[in-house]
Design a protein around this ligand. Sequence first.
Ligand SMILES: [Zn+2]
Ligand SMILES: [Zn+2]
Length: 531
Amino acid sequence: MSCNAIISELEQEKLLEKLQVFKIKGKDKRGRKILRIIGKFFPARLVSVDVLNKYLEEKVFPKLGKRKFCVLYVHTGVNRSENFPGISALRSIYDAIPANVKENLEAVYFIHSGLQARLFLATFGRFLFSAGLYGKLRYISRVDYLWEHVKRKEVEIPEFVFDHDDDLEYRPMMDYGLESDHARVYARPPTFDSPISTYSMSNGSMFPIFSLPRRRSSLWLKLAFVTIHIVYIAILFLFDGDLVEKTKKEPWYTALYLLLCAVTLIQYFATSIASPGYALNAMRAVNERNAVYRKTSETSSQSASSRNGSFIVTVEGNQIGRSVSGSNATDWSKLVADLYSVSPIRTWTCTYCNVEQPPRTKHCHDCDKCVLQFDHHCVWLGNCIGQGNHCRFWWYLCEETALCLWTGFLYVSYLKAHITWVWWQDVIMILLLIFLAISLIFLLLLMLFHSYLILTNQTTYELVRRRRINYLRGIPERVHPFSKGVCRNVYNFCCLRSSVYNSLDPLPLPEEIEEKSRPYTCLDVVTGRCC
Ligand SMILES: [Zn+2]
Ligand SMILES: [Zn+2]
């Protein structure tokens, strides 16, 4: 590892400390201290073996004391070029561990080892590390299985480890190395491959055909959606003679109803094709825009006559230029780093899209893209709901609910006037009405739920996975960290979502969280603190 150490030894130590690669906290069910090691956090390129050994000797081993302990090693997302120190380095680290520490180590929980690491250890493990250690290894293929050995509250597991569990549910072949567990890349040049591709046996899904049925089922759902609407309206006009009469007398009434139908259908299709805000597109936009900005500012410094044109670009350029330093990092990296600036959490690069994820972004396995302010993947629409189309989605819910209500009203008035006329017509109408009522309840609840999310600036994903998400962990339940007050939230939701700069929320400052968790007083109610 790291012959190319580019930072001083002191800085390397500080880096290990800051990244919390090694953390001693909690106990397993047999009362042994837990030394948690997150492989993904290990900066193998920047830290030398000597510094690592020194760090372990001075900062980690003394804290373990003379008591029995276990190691919880998280291998999830470890990339050979970034986080893997190399076999010879591992060997020398192992050799440097004092004998008494080795004796006290009773178990190693190895999370997400993958088939390749397992095969490697099965072949060379005994030779490299002594049979004693090899016998203490426990492979944990899903985080859920860890709870057999360790209580949930005892350890902090980063969100990406849980995400990997979800990945495995979608791509079980990943467990066996048949599908890549990293670098399913859109933008990376192919020249990067050489040593890494032998580690992950293929670059990308081996079975692209699997993605086809998903698209097909989405088409079927859309067809079913249109058919259901047509059936409801057609049956109404077929059976209900009064409605036809009424249409002749008051055409505006029926026209309004049909207009609502058309608007709902259009909104449905518009939402299903609207971009939910993909991180990859945002990254390209930011990088391109800033390239333009730099060019513009160069030319504007040469000619004063272009003042008007450059003004707009300058304002936006400044917003992300807060931390611009002359390094190789792209503008997007700087923007994302800025959003994370208050937190010790490092920026996280999606292993599928190879894009640095801003806070609140999540990779969707159905769309196979990272979505900004990911809410959920809607099967009914065949599209993700995120920052870009959440507003549209809410309007669609409103329109569909209104349409359901109106249709229900028309069905009920027909049944009231015509019940016992033709029995089979009544049966059809009653069955359709029951289905309509169920849909209405579901839609109404969904609409209210999303209204609540909008008012508090949350997403479904954040609400459901609150305890798992790194940036939400430790924040009291009733505090909504991204909320800027009801009015501001609604305004931002409706009006500001089109711009990448305005719609990306930075992680809140600790003072802000403290202020928000302050209990409500009478004065707060009067002054409308929540608004
Ligand atoms: Zn992604
Ligand atoms: Zn999706």
